[in-house]
Design a protein around this ligand. Structure first.
Ligand code: NAD
Length: 248
């Protein structure tokens, strides 16, 4: 019986790359996103069903699991990837409302997602969950306080949940993407100062993030739980105090 994976934030960027990779490797996929038009692009893929909804709502998460069980009869893994950026200066009007929305979409959704999928994973004897955090959750970036706080929260939520569910053979991990070429980062792509700070000296493609999501949900990662894997071209390893080596 083919494995079944639930993927959120599926209509664009890293999530869309993951849907195409998992489906291309024979998984059945439940693809969830708030963007109905974007999801329509995935309808033609073999073994993919789509669900439009806001991941900050519990009903979207429980509905996605119900759809997996109804259409495919089981659920083996979940990639909780949906996220938004931005908050603006801390003292700007509306900053706290935007902060609350960031936490709802980036953090509450991960808690709701884990809560919704674990009964289905238990029913098949265990499984794997991966959340998409960010290198922005590992340290502070200028003007990004709200987003940084949400991604740090995801990293520790994953640690704690991994400890809670390990005995049930459910592994829970995260990836911390560095700068990745998606709609979220459009407009920053040609900023030479950013590229200069990345030891591999280029952006990631969304496929490079999807490959690590795949690994972490696969049996090859059977002894890995509670970690966040930076997929960042060395960005988080770089202290940044000294100029980059010459000879590039
Ligand atoms: P993206 O904007 O291309 O894709 C994000 C997807 O999430 C979109 O399809 C969007 O419609 C969906 N989404 C947003 N809010 C939603 C909601 N409330 N309910 C359901 N779906 C919702 O961006 P991406 O870069 O592919 O981002 C994917 C994840 O990667 C995010 O969690 C983001 O924070 C994280 N990330 C991205 C980068 C990067 O450089 N692109 C770096 C670090 C982390």
């Amino acid at each position: 019986m083919p494995a079944v994976t639930l993927i959120t934030g599926a209509a664009s960027g890293i999530g869309e790359a993951a849907v195409r990779l998992y489906a291309g490797r024979g998984h059945r996929v439940v693809a969830v996103d708030v963007d109905e038009a974007g999801l329509a692009r995935l309808d033609a893929l073999d073994g993919v069903v789509t669900l439009a909804g806001d991941v900050a709502d519990e009903a979207t998460n429980t509905g996605a699991v119900a759809l997996a069980l109804d259409r495919f009869g089981r659920l083996d893994a979940a990639v909780l990837n949906a996220g938004i950026g931005g908050a603006g200066p801390l003292e700007s009007p509306g900053a706290i409302e935007r902060f609350d929305r960031l936490f709802a979409v980036n953090v509450r959704s991960v808690a709701l997602g884990i809560r919704a999928v674990v009964p289905a994973l238990r029913a098949v004897g265990g499984g794997a969950i991966v959340a998409t955090a960010s290198v922005s959750g590992l340290r502070g970036d200028p003007g990004t306080w709200g987003y940084n706080a949400t991604k740090a929260a995801v990293i520790n939520l994953v640690r704690a949940a991994a400890v809670d569910y390990a005995a049930q053979r459910i592994r829970i991990n995260a990836i911390a993407p560095g700068l990745t070429d998606t709609a979220l980062t459009a407009g920053h792509l040609d900023t030479p100062a950013l590229i200069e700070r990345i030891p591999l000296h280029r952006w990631a493609g969304p496929d490079e993030q999807a490959e690590v999501l795949w690994f972490l949900t696969s049996p090859a990662a059977s002894y890995i739980t509670g970690v966040t894997v930076p997929v960042d071209g060395g960005l988080s390893a770089n202290g940044g105090i000294l100029p980059p080596p010459s000879g590039r």
